[in-house]
Design a protein. Structure first.
Length: 150
């Protein structure tokens, strides 16, 4: 059903309002999500920003169990390129979801370049960032430099 919904949205090229109680479904179908409580919007933002920067305690609790690796992209967690960067041969797109690149980045000892749509390096992804996303403690947030791509 979700695939059909996405097909129709792409074919019609229209903005669609979809109501669900399932964050995973909302994440898959939407580029922006509004989280409501008692008929009031608590936060309206991208899925990544909602997970990285919950606006209220209610939003934080609502997204607490969301698998961050399924929401965050390389661009959301990349760091600035340092002057001493010794990059891996591996490059990852800025819009790649972390779960799709985590194993490759973790298996590479060197920092991995994050590239834009024109194949230009725009940031760097370190193994420690992936480890933090996969195994970070509840309530921890990424540093401001890691969230710069958010």
């Amino acid at each position: 059903m979700q695939d059909e919904f996405l097909r129709l949205q792409e074919m019609l090229n229209k903005t669609i309002l979809f109501v669900t109680h399932d964050f995973d479904e909302a994440r898959r179908l939407a580029d922006r999500i509004a989280i409501m409580k008692d008929g009031v919007i608590e936060q309206c933002d991208t899925p990544a920003n909602i997970v990285l920067h919950p606006a209220t305690e209610y939003v934080a609790k609502f997204t607490n169990d969301v698998p961050r690796e399924k929401v965050l992209t390389c661009g959301n967690v990349m760091e600035e390129i340092g002057s001493d960067a010794d990059f891996s041969d591996l490059k990852v797109p800025h819009n790649a979801v972390i779960e799709t690149v985590a194993e490759a980045v973790l298996n590479d000892p060197n920092p991995v370049a994050v590239i834009d749509d024109n194949n230009h390096t725009i940031g760097v992804l370190h193994r420690k960032s992936i480890i933090h996303i996969l195994f970070g403690k509840e309530g921890e947030t990424l540093s401001s430099s890691q969230a710069a791509g958010a």
